[in-house]
Design a protein around this ligand. Structure first.
Ligand SMILES: [Zn+2]
Length: 61
């Protein structure tokens, strides 16, 4: 063991274990970003069209 090394495609660090194709810190970082994105998406999906209009107006004020 320990003779297999991979390079993380995201940060370029060498790692002996890939998680979803990335080193462990990148994988957990990506997962957190994805969770946040999904959270935002879910929240937006639950808004009615009037509530979306209000948010858009606030964003462009
Ligand atoms: Zn990495």
């Amino acid at each position: 063991m320990g003779d297999k090394q991979f390079n993380c495609p995201q940060c370029g660090e060498s790692t002996d274990t890939l998680h979803e194709g990335y080193c462990e810190p990148c994988c957990s970082g990506n997962q957190a970003a994805l969770d946040d994105h999904n959270h935002q998406h879910d929240r937006w999906a639950r808004l009615s069209s009037t509530e979306r209009d209000v948010e858009i107006k606030h964003a462009h004020r």
